[in-house]
Design a protein around this ligand. Structure first.
Ligand code: ATP
Length: 431
C-alpha cells in the first residue's frame, strides 16, 4: 500500500488536503492525474448506467437540503456510530471496527460505548438567531427520493425506471483511514431503481449481474472481487436485503458498493413527513402504488483506489524494475504521449504539431526531455497506454511508431490515421 500512496503523491494522483498546513484528517485532493482518472471512472459509470439505458435518468441535487430530509430518512435518529475511548492512550475507536475488548493500539481498558451522530452539521443563514442548523448530506440518495415526484411528472419515465446521481457526501468518520478508502468527504455514485413489489427479486438479481460486469470492465481482476451478504439481523433500518461488492485491497477486503432492497421505506417516510403524496400512478393499469426501491450505491473514491491497487505492477526488464500502471485504456489519465526521438532536425516541431491535433480528441502529453527509454518509463509509471514516437522515418513517409504500454511492442502507423487508431482503443464507448 505504501508504494501506491507514494506513487500517487509523487506523480500527482492524490495529495493530502491542506498539506502545507499539516494536512486535515480524512480529506484528500485529487491532483492533475487523479482528477482525470476519477473523472474517467465517473463518466464510464454514467455512460454505462445512465446514457446507454432507456430506463434511467440523471439528477444533480444540492448538497445542503432541508433539515427535515434527515429526520424523515432516519439519519437524525439512527446515523450513529458507537464510540469507545481508550482510558490509557485516549485514542477513540468505532466499536464495530474492534476485534477485541481492549485498545488495539496500547491494549488499555476501553470506556463504555457512546453514540455519536456522524452527519456534518452546518448553519445556513447570516445571523445567529435566524440561521438554521442543517447537515451536509451523508449520502446522495435521499434527494432522489425527495425529488421522485418532480422527476416522474416532468419526464415520460414509467415504472420500472431509475434515477442516478453522482456527487459529494460527507461523514464525520471517527477514524478516517486506509488512504482514500475511508474519508470524511467523498463521492458517491448512486441509483434508486423504482419497480413493482412483485418484481423486486428479479431486479435485484439483474442489478447484481450489471454491477459485477461493470467492475470487470474496469479491468479489475475477478479473483480480487467477492460478494458479501449482510445477515438479516444486522441489516440497516431501511433494508430488506443488502449485499456488498468487496475488493481485496492490500489492507484486506473492503466494501466498494452496496446493493440494497430499500422496499418502500424512503418514499413512505418522506410522504409522511412532508405531507405530500409520493406514490406513483400507473395510467395504463389505472393503479396507484408506492414503488419498491432497489439501490446500487457505489463510492467513486473507493473504486478509484481499487483501480489504482489493481493496476499497479512491477516487472524486471533488462535488469531494471519497470513500474507500470496497467489501467484499462478508457480509464488512463493520459491516452497518448507524443515524443520526438530527438529535439533536432525538425522532429520536435512535427511532434508538437501532432500533439496539438490529437489533444482535441483525447488527453495527450508532450515530452522531449531525456533519453527515449526514460521517457517511455515515465509514461509506464502513470499508465499511459500509447507512446507515439516521431523519428527520422516520419520525415520520409509520414508514419510514427506507436508503443503499447503492456507488450512494449511498436507498430508503425501513418500520422493521419493516428487519431482513429488510438481513439477507438481508448474510448469507453461500446457498440
Ligand atoms: P462502511 O461500512 O465501509 O462505513 P457503508 O456501508 O456505511 O460503508 P454506504 O452507506 O453503503 O457505506 O455507502 C455507499 C458507498 O459509499 C460505500 O460502498 C462506499 O463505496 C462509499 N463510502 C461510504 N462511506 C465512505 C467513506 N467514509 N469514504 C469513502 N467512501 C465511502
Amino acid at each position: 500500500m505504501e508504494k501506491i500512496v507514494s506513487l500517487c503523491k509523487r506523480k500527482g494522483f492524490i495529495f493530502q488536503s491542506s498539506g502545507i498546513y499539516g494536512g486535515i484528517n480524512g480529506c484528500w485532493d485529487f491532483g492533475p492525474l487523479g482528477v482525470e482518472l476519477k473523472r474517467n471512472l465517473k463518466n464510464d459509470w454514467w455512460y454505462n448506467f445512465v446514457q446507454t439505458r432507456d430506463d434511467m435518468v440523471g439528477l444533480d441535487a444540492s448538497i445542503i437540503t432541508h433539515p427535515q430530509v434527515w429526520v424523515a430518512s432516519g439519519h437524525v435518529e439512527n446515523f450513529h456510530d458507537m464510540l469507545v475511548d481508550c482510558k490509557d492512550c485516549r485514542k477513540r475507536f468505532r466499536q464495530d471496527h474492534l476485534e477485541t475488548e481492549r485498545c488495539p493500539e496500547c491494549g488499555g481498558e476501553l470506556t463504555e460505548p457512546k453514540a455519536f451522530n456522524s452527519m456534518l452539521r452546518t448553519r445556513l443563514g447570516v445571523s445567529d438567531d435566524s440561521s438554521v442548523e442543517t447537515y451536509l448530506r451523508p449520502e446522495t440518495c435521499q434527494s432522489i427520493f425527495v425529488d421522485f415526484k418532480e422527476v416522474y411528472s416532468s419526464t415520460r419515465v414509467r415504472i420500472p425506471f431509475g434515477i442516478a446521481q453522482i456527487g459529494k457526501s460527507f461523514r464525520n468518520e471517527v477514524n478516517p483511514r486506509n488512504f482514500i478508502f475511508r474519508s470524511r468527504e467523498f463521492e458517491q455514485m448512486e441509483i434508486e431503481f423504482f419497480c413493482r413489489l412483485e418484481e423486486e427479486d428479479a431486479w435485484f438479481e439483474r442489478w447484481q449481474a450489471d454491477i459485477w460486469k461493470w467492475y470487470l470492465d474496469l479491468g479489475i481482476k475477478e479473483s480480487g472481487l467477492r460478494w458479501y451478504e449482510h445477515p438479516k439481523e444486522s441489516l440497516a433500518h431501511y433494508s430488506k436485503r443488502t449485499v456488498d461488492v468487496e475488493y481485496e485491497f492490500p489492507f484486506g477486503w473492503g466494501e466498494l458498493q452496496g446493493l440494497a432492497n430499500r422496499g418502500t421505506f424512503d418514499l413512505t417516510a418522506h410522504g409522511t413527513h412532508s405531507g405530500k403524496d409520493l406514490s406513483f400512478f400507473d395510467a395504463e393499469k389505472n393503479e396507484r402504488f408506492v414503488p419498491t426501491v432497489i439501490e446500487p450505491s457505489a463510492g467513486a473514491d473507493r473504486t478509484t483506489l481499487a483501480v489504482l491497487c489493481d493496476a499497479y505492477d512491477e516487472e524486471e526488464v533488462a535488469g531494471e524494475t519497470r513500474v507500470v500502471m496497467r489501467f484499462v485504456p478508457k480509464l488512463a489519465p493520459i491516452k497518448a504521449a507524443i515524443l520526438p526521438l530527438v529535439k533536432k532536425d525538425g522532429l520536435a516541431e512535427i511532434a508538437e504539431e501532432l500533439e496539438k491535433k490529437l489533444r482535441r480528441k483525447f488527453n495527450t502529453y508532450y515530452d522531449q526531455a531525456g533519453a527515449i527509454g526514460r521517457r517511455y518509463r515515465r509514461q509506464d509509471e502513470i499508465g499511459t497506454p500509447y507512446c507515439v514516437c516521431v523519428d527520422f522515418e516520419t520525415k520520409e513517409n509520414g508514419t510514427v511508431t506507436v508503443r503499447d504500454r503492456d507488450t512494449m511492442e511498436q507498430t508503425r502507423v501513418p500520422m493521419d490515421e493516428l487519431a482513429d487508431y488510438i481513439g477507438t482503443r481508448v474510448s469507453f464507448e461500446r457498440d
